[in-house]
Design a protein around this ligand. Structure first.
Ligand SMILES: Nc1ncnc2c1ncn2[C@@H]1O[C@H](COP(=O)(O)OP(=O)(O)OP(=O)(O)O)[C@@H](O)[C@H]1O
Ligand SMILES: [Mg+2]
Length: 356
């Protein structure tokens, strides 16, 4: 680009994005059998189809012609493909491949149970079975634990990005369109969907030019707390209120959904996960252990004991020096000691309990 170029020429040059996607991920569009449309958004169409005898989902970026897709969306697409291709976890939707010419699309395993959002809507107002809620929450927490361990922040955790298996018993995390590798002190732009957005991302006051909010992986713990609340209540969070007003109320007035009728241990977990101060929110590793312990103590006959974990009630800890990731601690009671070596047994038992 040089000073003599017209604005149009400059824009053309800016749009010349050179894709750099591993060759082994590239799929020939002629090998995909496209079946029915399953979702339609402002920037993409999602179809069910078949590829190499597998049922797949195909997310086609709009507009259809790659040359008409804006530069920022090409960057976002490439990041989504490269990031998702590195992930390998049973609770994360598997990327199969992608194409960039003549149309940009990505292909993932097909989740036939649709989204958690649709599942909740279709059963509303009846709450989900509590054991199933905890099982879903554990699936999500395990996936998030894996992402954070690998330095990835999802940034858009919400029921429409959580997909169910055909039997509607397991959940996988999807949509890595906003996911980013965490770079200390550099996570600054606003991201996510307002109702699930951590208060530190939402700007309380108009920010001065050049001033940006900093946040870290704990934004996902906040979003998880809203998802867990939805699982437990099968209600819409902040129902009937405008998205922006909700985000403002959460950030400026520290408003959170009601804890009425939620079992005490889970209310403690929710309060901890949606703490205003991100440093007070637990890590997913701790959340997973806490949920397993809840399962064990609630259905002892069906479960073998995991190590007992305890999440401290942050409400009662205000004013104390309480930083770090130690919100969840091991209980030193006899049960924990007695069952110290049983976590593997627990896992096997747990997985058997929830498989078909
Ligand atoms: N693997 C899949 N299996 C079944 N349905 C899927 C799958 N991937 C996506 N979908 C459906 O398509 C919808 C949109 O997909 P996705 O969340 O990836 O894109 P998006 O939200 O439109 O994109 P982005 O947030 O990246 O702009 C999902 O909510 C879900 O209904
Ligand atoms: Mg989405």
């Amino acid at each position: 680009m040089n000073d003599n170029d017209t604005d149009e020429e400059k824009n053309d040059l800016k749009n010349q994005f050179v894709f750099n996607i591993n060759k082994d991920l590239i799929i020939d569009p002629r090998h995909i059998h496209v079946r029915k449309l399953i979702a339609e958004g402002p920037y993409s169409l999602v179809y069910a189809g078949e590829y190499q005898s597998r049922h797949v989902a195909m997310k086609i970026i709009q507009p259809m012609k790659v040359s008409d897709v804006i530069f920022e969306h090409k960057v976002k697409f490439q990041r989504e493909v490269m990031l998702q291709s590195k992930l390998n976890h049973e609770n994360i939707v598997k990327l199969i491949g992608a194409s960039v010419e003549p149309t940009m699309f990505l292909v993932t395993e097909l989740m036939r149970g649709d989204t958690l959002q649709k599942h909740l809507l279709s059963t509303r107002p009846k709450p989900l079975d509590l054991k199933l809620c905890i099982s879903f929450a554990l699936d999500i927490s395990r996936a998030m634990e894996y992402l954070h361990e690998n330095g990835i922040i999802h940034r858009d955790l919400k029921p429409s990005n959580l997909l169910l298996t055909d039997d509607k018993k397991r959940v996988k995390v999807s949509d890595f369109g906003l996911a980013k590798e965490e770079i200390t002190n550099e996570m600054t732009c606003e991201a996510g969907t307002y109702k699930w957005m951590a208060p530190e991302i939402f700007s309380k006051a108009a920010l001065q030019i050049g001033m940006k909010k900093h946040y870290d992986h704990k934004v996902d713990v906040y979003s998880f707390s809203i998802v867990l609340w939805e699982l437990l209540t099968n209600k819409a969070p902040f129902k009937g209120r405008d998205n922006m007003i909700v985000a403002y109320a959460a950030a400026a007035n520290n408003e959170r959904p009601s804890l009425e009728n939620i079992p005490a241990e889970l209310a403690t977990l929710l309060k901890s996960c949606w703490s205003e101060d991100p440093a007070l929110r637990p890590e997913f590793l701790e959340i997973t252990k806490y949920l397993k312990d809840f399962l064990y103590s609630t259905w002892p006959a069906e479960m073998k004991a995991p190590e007992v974990m305890e999440i401290e009630d942050v409400e009662n800890k205000k004013g104390e020096d309480y930083r770090g990731s130690g919100r969840v601690k091991k209980k030193s009671d006899k049960r924990a000691k007695k069952n110290k070596s049983s976590s593997l047994n627990f896992r096997v038992c747990f997985e058997n309990c929830f498989s078909e």
